[in-house]
Every structure is written in C-alpha cells, then in structure tokens.
Ligand binder design. Structure first.
Ligand SMILES: N[C@@H](CCC(=O)N[C@@H](CS)C(=O)NCC(=O)O)C(=O)O
Length: 207
C-alpha cells in the first residue's frame, strides 16, 4: 500500500497516525508528492491531484476518512471510525472535522500573498475557530491515560497542530487549559509527536 502525502498535510497526518497506531507502519509506503503541479506522481492514479491518496493494487482511495476506514480493516487497532448508527460519536467527529476544515481554510488564506488575502475570509475563519475553541474547551474530556485513536480525536489533534504551526491563535493553551491538557496526552504518542508540521517540510507549491 502507498500513501501519497505531504508531511505538513493535516489530513494525511490523520491517516499516518491511524496507520502507525494500527501496526501498519511497515505495510504503508509513504510517497511524498508536490501539489498543484501537473507532474505530481499522484496524477497517475487519478485526476484530482489531492492528498492523502491511498493506492493499493488497482484501488486509488481519496478522502482521509475513507482511507482511515480502509486502514482500520487492515490494521490491528480498534476502529478509528464510529459505528454507522452511533450518532453522538458521529456528531462529535463532525465537529472536529469541521473545526479542522475551518482552520485549514484560515491557514491557506494566510499563506497567500498579503495583497491577495481576503480580510472577510480571515475574519470569518477566525470567528469560527474562536467559537469552536470555546465550545470544545467546555466539552473536552479529561486527558485520557490511553488516547483513543479515532478520526474525530485526530482531526482535533491535526487542527491544533495547524493552529500552532501557523500561530493562528496566540497563547491558546493559556486561554483553553482543558484542551491543552487533552492535547498533551496525545503529544506523548510518538506517532503524533513525529508528525507535527515543520518549516523544513513546507511545500512551496501548496497555498
Ligand atoms: N477532504 C479531504 C481534504 C484533503 C485536502 O484538502 N488536501 C489538500 C492538502 S492538505 C490538498 O490535496 N491540496 C491540494 C489541492 O487542493 O490541489 C480529505 O479529508 O482528505
């Protein structure tokens, strides 16, 4: 199995953590690709040029959530996705993945040339993020002794990784201490620690 990815992609990060925690580290070959360029190797497997993209034989599977479901079936960890009729878990997952999507939009806008940035988008995403931070701070559980490897939890981990990397919300740990303590439990895992976004891995072609 191959996973086409970029090191700083939060969506690929979720898949990489699920794979590692499910014991699939050796079975999954990571293939780093450039984005938004016509010579990306991922385009041999599909027209979209988006990552993460999992390729296994003649299967080319996009969308991080579907990829996690596929990895769940092959790995030896508990499922990262909730049962189809577990609506409370699905709702929690939808909150975290919506938070991640907003943070991704915000960081993408901030990475554009300042003369091209939309003040409106920046404000909308900042307000969405602050509302989400306040809600999550009120509802986050106590730091888990054994952090559950679920898509929803990892979407929150990945979103906070983006907040830190792009310095979107200065001193959020001081403002939201329960969330900071929850994240620290995940940051103790090597799969989480080793996949944080870094300056060295910036992809100049991804905006
Ligand atoms: N909904 C998708 C989002 C994936 C996504 O937005 N990937 C970004 C990188 S983080 C991408 O491929 N960008 C390149 C492009 O849009 O051309 C998922 O969950 O996998």
């Amino acid at each position: 199995m191959k996973l086409f990815y970029t090191p700083n992609s939060p969506y690929a990060r979720i898949c990489r953590i699920v794979a590692l925690e499910g014991g699939l580290g050796d079975a999954l070959e990571l293939v780093r690709v450039p984005l938004r360029t016509p010579d990306s190797p991922s385009l041999k497997h599909g027209p979209l040029g988006k990552i993460p993209l999992l390729v296994d034989g003649d299967l080319a599977l996009g969308e991080s959530r579907l990829i996690c479901g596929y990895l769940d079936q092959r790995g030896d960890g508990p499922p990262s996705l909730p049962g189809a009729s577990d609506w409370q878990s699905q709702a929690r997952e939808s909150l975290m993945s919506g938070f991640l999507e907003g943070i991704t939009n915000w960081s993408r806008e901030k990475r554009r040339d300042p003369t091209e940035q939309s003040a409106f988008i920046l404000e909308v995403e900042e307000q969405r993020a602050i509302r989400a931070f306040e809600f999550i701070e009120r509802t986050i559980p106590a730091p888990p002794a054994v952090p559950p490897i679920t898509y929803g939890d990892l979407a929150l981990v990945a979103a906070l990784g983006m907040v830190d990397f792009y310095e979107l919300v200065p001193d959020w740990r001081g403002a939201y201490p329960a969330l900071a303590a929850w994240l620290a439990a995940y940051e103790a895992l090597p799969s989480v620690r080793d996949s944080v976004p870094t300056m060295a891995a910036m992809n100049p072609l991804t905006r």
